[in-house]
Ligand binder design. Structure first.
Ligand code: ZN
Length: 327
């Protein structure tokens, strides 16, 4: 079904279907009036939508930053193509102008827009580009020289870049990669930052839980986030040691906080209050007390989610663009 409407859209627009377009999934891609374009039905978080991309020569947009939304809100053609009395607000809000293209998303809920409608909207958008910007046409977007190579897909985005320019980009990427790899990590600072943050957070987590008699799982996520962040700050460039340290310290911090909570709670119950003997007894019974109802595992899991999020955000940069010829 999904594939069928893409093929139909490709037929209508004389474009090609590709397995991975600008929005990761399958898309229809090609050139219309010299403008590289792409369109696809996809999902953004929970919203189903049809996404459009029309690329033009870099820096050639002449209708100002608001020109695009002005075109869109005033366009009878667009309203007709959408089959609406007015251009939907969500679509208008999604219009985005970059230095070399325009983007928008047409959200829908129950019924996906038909290929015919999508084809017409795409044509209208290409019309906007033609009104205000220069087409990429046969010019290489890197050096401006004429190229007969056809379009290439650069990480899913249709571009026109000649072979020498792709080669020099590769060379630059290789150098940037080398420069990144030669950056030093500072594992001792990472360890120190992590330990300090972990100690403060463990006391906060255990103390707060004791005072308000409950735990917030958001707090556990926060522990993971804060630890990963501070270890990253300390290490500057994170390596496998840093990632392992983050995971271990996150687990240790939550466990230490849980232990403090159990210790404080026990101290209130027994005569004599907080003592070394009580601390040892609490430690001996820690695992059964903390994990018998499963809540201990859940806070550990949430803390790891928080740490994982930061590690993901700080993953090593990608320097190389993958080029594939568009047939
Ligand atoms: Zn070139």
């Amino acid at each position: 079904m999904a594939q069928k409407r893409l093929v139909r859209l490709a037929d209508l627009t004389h474009l090609k279907t590709v397995a991975k377009g600008p929005w990761q999934g399958p898309a229809v891609v090609g050139s219309m009036q010299g403008f590289p374009v792409a369109a696809a039905w996809n999902r953004n978080e929970r919203q189903s939508q049809v996404s459009f991309l029309v690329r033009f020569a870099k820096g050639s947009w002449s209708a100002g930053p608001d020109g695009l939304t002005t075109f869109a809100s005033a366009s009878g053609e667009l309203r007709q193509a959408l089959g609406k009395k007015a251009v939907p607000k969500a679509l208008l809000k999604s219009f985005k102008l970059t230095e070399d293209g325009l983007l928008c998303h047409w959200p829908f809920s129950l019924f996906a827009p038909k290929p015919e409608a999508v084809a017409t909207v795409l044509k209208v958008l290409v019309g906007f580009a033609a009104k205000a910007a220069k087409p990429v046409a046969e010019q290489c977007e890197g050096c401006g020289r004429e190229t007969r190579e056809g379009l290439w897909m650069a990480d899913g985005v249709p571009v026109r870049v000649c072979t020498p320019c792709r080669a020099s980009q590769d060379e630059q990427a290789r150098r940037a990669q080398e420069a990144y790899e030669s950056l030093a990590s500072n594992p001792m600072a990472g360890l120190l930052y992590g330990l300090l943050t972990g100690m403060v957070l463990a006391v906060l987590w255990g103390g707060l839980a004791f005072l308000i008699h409950r735990i917030f799982l958001w707090g556990a996520i926060g522990i993971g986030v804060a630890l990963a962040w501070s270890i990253n700050r300390g290490m500057e460039k994170v390596n496998h040691f840093g990632r392992m340290l983050t995971v271990l310290l996150t687990l240790a911090t939550v466990l230490a906080g849980d232990y403090l909570f159990i210790l404080f709670s026990a101290a209130r119950e027994v005569e004599g209050g907080l003592s070394l003997r009580l601390a040892i007894v609490a430690a001996q019974h820690f695992f059964e007390a903390n994990f018998q109802n499963g809540s201990g595992y859940i806070s550990l899991l949430f803390a790891l989610v928080g740490a994982g999020y930061i590690l993901y955000m700080n993953r090593p940069p990608r320097f190389r663009v993958t080029y594939e010829p568009l047939g």
